[in-house]
Ligand binder design. Structure first.
Ligand code: ATP
Ligand code: MN
Length: 467
């Protein structure tokens, strides 16, 4: 079984000239379809390296010809053969097999992925097999390219990639409901004066899965200036929407010596850069999404990559919504948070491009966002894109110790666990800012997929943690 001598199907399909190929080649893959006519069989195989399958031609001259009868959709295969220009239509090259070896069969009576198109809902129940479908292969490749593009974007600008903890003891960052991480025996909880004895828990106090790496990223920004995290975050919010997961990946740059305008520019350059990157590096997969999921997809992304984002304050956004004449499900009122329907109206209908909304009322935003001189609004920003709504949430951080402490009191927060966060304002404080980008929402936007559960390999949502 050759592993080292194996050639990826993509590399074969991409060759410019056949004389660059040292025939015979060895390829592996899983069978998509088998078709026979007039003593010749055509086997489409795919190894995940590209959207396109490789056609294997097997005829009576191949000593393993008899094996073709056993090949069915889903079985795995090693093929030796000669890459040649395809005689048939639909592909440039094909491999004429000189030998075949079936590695693992897939009983056609049982294999759940049949040739027909399956619904995305059905495939969610088969998360162990769905990567073999065109759609999920394409999602996996685009997701990979975007993750790489994100690192490349920051690395080229000198940002330091840092890793922040997944388990945290700060229980009120204000970003969302948390999962508790505990080793206590839930059937037999130790108690102390009628309450759970947290001292008996692993960390000697309650601990949780993080909702954001921001606070720790701020520590590093206050030493390294430009940093970013890219890691998993967890939110125990019971929102069964097409845009929420209980476990998702977040990209969080944090920049010292930077105000909100600088941050908004970074967010814009960043989104435009990664959309340009995915169009450039995944042309086939993107053409596939454009064809099957959203006919406007590539045009929309090209547009975004090439045009400025609109900017408006929250107060302006509220005025535009009030003047819109739309009947929204949630009423529009200065002081209330923008709902998804409001966000989508602004970006889809009003502006037709991504919109950066800034300066939200302090009452609806987190304690660490920098208070404006009006005393009512904070230097927050949300980046809104068509179809998804919010894709980025960020802010300039409150760098003034006294204001921050006052805000924590107003938010009803005990500042003791945040002693280190406050220290950053005591010693060499700087204006600084950062944002969080939901990675799955971004891939969802870039692929035109309707549901975020089809963007992450193994989605965690309320009442669902299979695989
Ligand atoms: P939303 O209002 O859409 O629930 P949020 O305001 O709670 O989002 P932030 O705390 O600002 O979100 O998080 C930063 C980014 O993380 C969001 O802009 C979004 O892209 C992403 N995000 C937030 N919650 C989720 C979730 N449950 N699943 C997937 N992505 C999420
Ligand atoms: Mn937000």
């Amino acid at each position: 079984m050759p592993t080292s001598g194996r050639t990826r199907i993509k590399d074969l399909l991409d060759v410019e000239r056949l004389d660059n190929v040292s025939n015979p080649v060895a390829v592996n893959g899983w069978v998509k379809t088998v078709r026979s006519s007039g003593g010749v069989s055509f086997v489409q195989i795919n190894d995940g390296s590209s959207l396109a399958d490789l056609q294997i031609v097997v005829d009576a001259s191949c000593p393993d010809y008899a094996l073709v009868g056993n090949l069915t959709t889903g079985c795995s295969l090693t093929v030796f053969g000669v890459l040649q220009e395809s005689l048939g239509r639909g592909q440039k090259y094909e491999v004429v097999a000189s030998s075949l070896e079936m590695l693992g069969g897939a009983d056609p009576e049982e294999y759940p992925l049949q040739k027909k198109r399956h619904t995305l809902e059905f495939l969610r129940e088969l998360a162990h097999l769905r990567p073999r479908t065109n759609t999920f292969g394409a999602v996996a490749r685009v997701r990979n390219a975007m993750a790489f593009g994100i690192h490349q974007f920051f690395q080229q600008r000198g940002f330091l990639y840092i890793q922040t903890p997944i388990i945290t003891a700060s229980d009120a960052e204000g970003a969302g409901a948390m999962f508790r991480a505990t080793t206590l025996d839930l059937d037999n909880l130790p108690t102390q004066a009628g309450h759970v004895d947290n001292d008996a828990d692993f960390f000697g106090r309650p601990a949780f899965l993080t909702v954001s790496g921001q606070l720790e990223a701020e520590i590093f920004a206050q030493a390294m200036s430009d940093v970013y995290t890219f890691g998993p975050t967890f939110r125990a919010e019971n929102s069964n929407t097409s845009r929420h997961l209980a476990e998702f990946w977040m990209v969080e740059p944090e920049v010292a010596f930077c105000d909100l305008d600088g941050l908004a520019q970074l967010a814009e350059d960043f989104l435009r850069g990664i959309f340009a990157h995915v169009l450039e590096t995944c042309p086939e997969d993107m053409a596939f999404f454009n064809r099957f999921y959203d006919k406007e997809l590539i045009a929309t992304l090209e547009d975004i990559a090439n045009s400025d984002f609109e900017r408006m304050t929250y107060t302006e956004a509220v005025r535009l919504l009030e003047e819109s004449g739309e009947s929204f499900e949630f009423p529009v009122r200065w002081g209330a948070d923008l709902q998804s329907e409001h966000e989508r109206y602004l970006t889809e209908r009003k502006v037709g491009r991504p919109v950066i909304v800034t300066d939200y009322p302090s009452a609806i935003k987190a304690f660490y966002m920098r208070l404006n001189d009006d005393g009512e609004t904070v230097r927050a920003m949300d980046v809104l894109v068509p179809r998804i709504g919010e894709i980025i949430g960020g802010s300039q951080r409150e760098e003034r110790l006294d204001v921050l402490q006052r805000r924590m009191v107003e938010a009803g927060l005990d500042d003791a666990p945040y002693w280190w966060y406050l220290d950053l304002r005591r010693y060499g404080t700087t204006p600084h800012a950062g944002f969080g980008l939901g990675f799955e929402r971004t891939v969802q936007f870039a692929t035109g997929m309707q549901n975020i559960r089809d963007i992450i390999a193994f989605p965690r949502t309320p009442r669902s943690a299979e695989f």
